[in-house]
Design a protein around this ligand. Structure first.
Ligand code: MG
Ligand code: ZN
Length: 184
């Protein structure tokens, strides 16, 4: 009996969902990437659960509060929700090795550690082999690799080579086109 019955897409936030202007916590700086709505819709229609896993060391650095982080999360989830896109869970690491107290300075949730991926896997009975990770940085895909995700997509205009990457696109729009064709 296989109890890992769901497949999921693990999305990074800054650089994937929205443009990465660094330490985004205000609505005016939360700009969705072109093509992200269609991409999420396509994945959802193909029975993937959607999760956001995001490093938010701006909290440890004192640049914004946990409350402000939660507010921006609610903001973009409500926009996605109005478009019929359901995110099953959003998980963040608020820590940073140089700015957090022990034991959080060496937490398991900051990517490239796979802590949050494994938490989702367990809580939502995810089949990691069938699942997908989409990130704009190698550490997103290293965390995915360490948690057993087989499809690890880098979306970044700058060329990067890594064993953690299985596919790459310059933009979310290109990534969307790929899945559009794949699921035809
Ligand atoms: Mg990112
Ligand atoms: Zn952490």
């Amino acid at each position: 009996m296989n109890k890992n019955i769901n497949k999921a897409v693990f999305l990074d936030r800054d650089g994937v969902i929205n443009k990465d202007f660094s330490y985004v916590y205000q609505k005016k700086n939360f700009v969705f990437n072109e093509g992200i709505f269609d991409l999420l819709r396509i994945l959802q229609e193909n029975k993937y659960l959607l999760f956001v896993i995001t490093n938010q060391s701006g909290i440890a650095r004192g640049l914004f509060s946990e409350k402000q982080y939660n507010q921006i999360t609610e903001y973009y989830l409500s926009i996605l929700g109005n478009l019929g896109i359901r995110i099953s869970g959003v998980f963040h690491c608020s820590h940073h090795p140089d700015f957090s107290e022990k034991p959080f300075s060496n937490c398991n949730c900051r990517k490239p550690k796979p802590g949050l991926f494994l938490k989702v896997q367990k809580e939502y009975q995810i089949n990691m082999f069938e699942s997908i990770a989409i990130g704009d940085s190698i550490r997103d895909l290293k965390a995915a690799y360490l948690s057993g995700i087989n499809n690890r997509i880098l979306v970044n205009p700058i060329y990067k080579e890594s064993i953690y990457i299985t596919k790459k696109f310059k933009t979310i729009k290109e990534c969307k086109k790929y899945f559009q064709k794949l699921f035809l």
